[in-house]
Structures are given as C-alpha cells and as structure tokens.
Design a binder for this molecule. Sequence first.
Ligand code: DX5
Ligand code: ZN
Length: 239
Amino acid sequence: MTQKMDMVKRQVKLAPSILAADFARLGEQVIQAERAGANRIHVDVMDGHFVPNISMGAPIVKSLRQVTRLSLETHLMIRDPDFFFDEFVEAGSDSFIVHWEGNNNLHRTIQRVKSLGKPVGVAINPATPASVLEEVLPDLDLVLVMTVNPGFGHQHFIHTTLPKIQRVRRMIEEVSPDCELELDGGIDADTARLGIAAGAEVLVAGASIFGDREGVDGAMKRLLTAVDVVNKEKESLCA
Ligand code: DX5
Ligand code: ZN
C-alpha cells in the first residue's frame, strides 16, 4: 500500500472514556457523546491490584449495551484478565485491550480473545519500550500506547511517550498496517494534535470530554475540531 493511501486510511477516531463520566447520568452522557460524533466508547476496568484504583465491571457494560450502538472497547487493567473475558462478552463488550505488563502468557491471552471472535489490543505503559510488541504485533488489531501511567483519569499527558508513538507507528506500517494505534491518557485538543502527528489514529479521552464545564457536546466539538484540522491537513497532503 502506498504512503498516500495509508494516510487517507488513517482518519482519526475518538473513544470517550467513561471513567470521567458522572455515573449517576452515565447513559445520558454516553448518548450525548455518540450524538456528538464519538466513534467508540472506552470502558476502563480496574481491580485495585494491577493498578491502585477500582473502577467498574461487566454490569456497566451490560447497561451501556442497552443505550448505545457504538462499539464498547474494554480496557482491562486487571490481574489475570483471562478469567473475565466470557463475562464481559456476555455483557456486550465488542473488543478487548489487555496489558503487556504483568502477563507471563500474553500470547495465550491474545489467542483466547481471538477465539471469542473479538478484536484484541495490547497496551504498553509509559516505561515499557515499543520493542516488546515485536513478537505479538502480527496478531493484534490494536496497540494502545499509554500516555499516562494507568489507574486514574485527569492526569497529564507524558510528552516523552511521543518518540515511542512514532516507533510503534513505524513497526505497525512494516508488520501489520491494518493494526490501529491508540493513545490513552491526558488527551485534550493540544495533546491530540501532538499524538496524531506522531502517528496515532484513535484517541481515548476522559476528562477532556466528560469533565468539561461546558458539557459533553461542547467538549466533543472542541476535540473534533482539533482532529478535523489534522484530518484535513492529511487529506490535502494526499490530494
Ligand atoms: C487510565 C485510563 C484512561 C483514562 C483516561 O488508566 O486507562 O482511559 O480514563 O482519562 P483522561 O483522558 O482523563 O486522562
Ligand atoms: Zn483506558
């Protein structure tokens, strides 16, 4: 595939993370995000062991399944994710992201998700080098580069991850061009531009969407405008 076609293919998508939502109004806020142009919904699952925080489980996915047609992307920040896939699939999860860190049998975990017929992504933390992806990349639908340390929303984007994002982009183009490259943590209109320029095509955003004083609509508009500017620049480069 030519470089031009690659650029056209990589239209940037937004994945609002409900971790920052008002849980008393979760359905309403997800519907707002969908109407405002979200491409998928990012569900952050934390167990208090893999990361020092507890968040949500399969019942939330089950409830959200009733209110949105968007894909529910389930980011598992838990020990032993293999024990939980069936429960989440039954609840309505559409895809899974598991971590490289702490998984001694990552290949098995990836194959397990594939056997369930779901797309699978692998996340790497800020201190984890891109090179750990080498053996698993051909099997992946998505790589998630954590741009904060996992466990909490509302953190600042770690700028030193930018060269790694570029490295992962190069690896993907060489080995598995259809694999998506997603960023997670500290994404706002400014860091979105930096991340896209480094090669990302899917952006997770929590605080900058659900934590915005102007509400979900205004926040989505602001982020989409930033993304659109970059998409248009890409299109004009390809014209
Ligand atoms: C962090 C989570 C993120 C988080 C992003 O562990 O994986 O998805 O919700 O939130 P913001 O956009 O607030 O950094
Ligand atoms: Zn996440």
